[in-house]
Design a protein around this ligand. Structure first.
Ligand SMILES: CCCCCCCCC/C=C/C(=O)SCCNC(=O)CCNC(=O)[C@H](O)C(C)(C)COP(=O)(O)OP(=O)(O)OC[C@H]1O[C@@H](n2cnc3c(N)ncnc32)[C@H](O)[C@@H]1OP(=O)(O)O
Ligand SMILES: NC(=O)C1=CN([C@@H]2O[C@H](COP(=O)(O)OP(=O)(O)OC[C@H]3O[C@@H](n4cnc5c(N)ncnc54)[C@H](OP(=O)(O)O)[C@@H]3O)[C@@H](O)[C@H]2O)C=CC1
Length: 279
């Protein structure tokens, strides 16, 4: 689909790149000639993913253990990366969510979502942006958001809040940092099944209708997201700035995707809470 070497010479950090959509995007970036760094909290997972990519694709893939909820840790990681060479692209992909009745959320539970999804994305963007600006280096920030930024989404309220805030960051920095050579862009994926998302959002007993309720009758394919991400971070998309591209088969035009949970009984919610406390 793309010219070979579309991303050649680009050094890219994907947060949460050890699993799911982050790993799928990272793999495509390497196929297109990029140098990839993936970060997350689970070092073993990162190393496995990186080893697989190196074995399959032969490119340069390295890992950084980092909890992006910790701004100081993000700075340490960025310093280490920059000592080797500046990044060209940051992909804010790491995030957390779970379904819950909002009135049952403790403050800690709300923070468990807001901290990586909002603060983590802000810390990574700041850390990369200030280094780019100090050295007049061009950069791109791609943030993986959600259609909850358009529709809102019941029962995952902290996630919808955090994603909407990162969209505001994307639009605001497009204006502030555009003149400094930094583009900020975003993707709002619909349902792209991953073990992480399904584990948090699709407990046993939840309506299975994400494919059947989609206007196109299916969920997204990881390669479709990886292709869009590759285009948006490439120089070919050099005039796209401050924009969020929706990739959901038209699903959000029909519903936010959470309305089935309005039918859940108290017993179902109690079961959901009990399952969590068992770990
Ligand atoms: C069609 C359109 C489709 C649309 C398609 C759908 C689009 C969705 C958009 C977004 C999708 C995603 O983000 S998918 C990405 C999913 N991946 C992830 O979430 C991976 C990261 N997740 C995690 O790290 C964990 O699962 C998570 C619990 C969130 C955070 O872990 P922590 O160790 O930080 O937190 P803990 O110490 O366990 O818990 C902190 C507090 O949170 C509470 N807590 C933890 N889990 C809870 C739960 N399930 N329900 C309530 N409360 C919970 C605990 O009781 C604690 O509160 P106290 O008891 O008060 O102490
Ligand atoms: N799958 C879907 O249908 C949709 C997904 N999205 C978005 O796509 C992105 C990827 O989700 P998906 O691949 O499905 O889910 P995953 O659970 O696989 O991805 C989340 C990644 O984030 C990392 N992460 C979580 N917390 C932290 C932290 N504090 N510090 C560093 N890394 C962290 C995790 O690694 P570790 O635990 O090792 O830290 C993990 O690799 C997210 O932004 C999500 O909101 C949006 C809409 C739909």
């Amino acid at each position: 689909m793309f010219e070979k070497g579309l991303l050649k010479g680009k050094r890219i950090l994907v947060t949460g790149g050890g699993s799911g959509l982050g790993a799928a995007m990272g793999r495509r970036f390497v196929e297109l000639g990029a140098e990839l760094i993936i970060c997350g909290r689970r070092l073993e997972l990162l190393e496995q993913t990186a080893a697989l990519m190196r074995a399959d694709l032969g490119g340069k893939v390295s890992v950084a253990r980092c909890d992006i909820r910790d701004g100081a840790a993000v700075d340490v990681m960025m310093d280490a990366l920059w000592r080797e060479a500046p990044l060209d692209v940051l992909v804010n992909n790491a995030a957390a969510t779970f379904i819950a009745q909002t009135e049952h959320l403790s403050f800690r539970a709300a923070d468990a979502i807001l901290a990586p999804t909002l603060h983590g994305a802000m810390y990574c963007t700041l850390a990369a942006g200030k280094r780019w600006i100090e050295t007049a280096h061009k950069g791109v920030v791609l943030s993986i958001l959600s259609t909850s930024t358009i529709t809102g989404r019941a029962f995952t309220v902290p996630s919808a809040m955090a994603k909407s805030a990162v969209l505001a960051m994307t639009k605001s920095l497009a204006v502030e940092w555009g003149p400094k050579g930094i583009r900020t862009v975003a993707i709002a994926p619909g349902a792209f099944p991953t073990p992480g998302a399904s584990g948090q959002l699709r407990p046993e007993g939840r309506d299975e209708g994400w494919a059947s309720k989609n206007p196109l009758g299916r969920v997204g394919e990881h390669g479709e997201l990886a292709d869009l991400a590759s285009f948006l971070i490439s120089d070919r998309a050099g005039y796209i700035n401050g924009e969020m591209v929706v990739l959901d088969g038209g699903s959000h035009l029909r519903s936010s995707g959470a309305e089935d949970l309005l039918q859940w009984t108290d017993a179902q919610w109690e079961k959901q809470r009990a399952a969590r406390s068992k770990g």
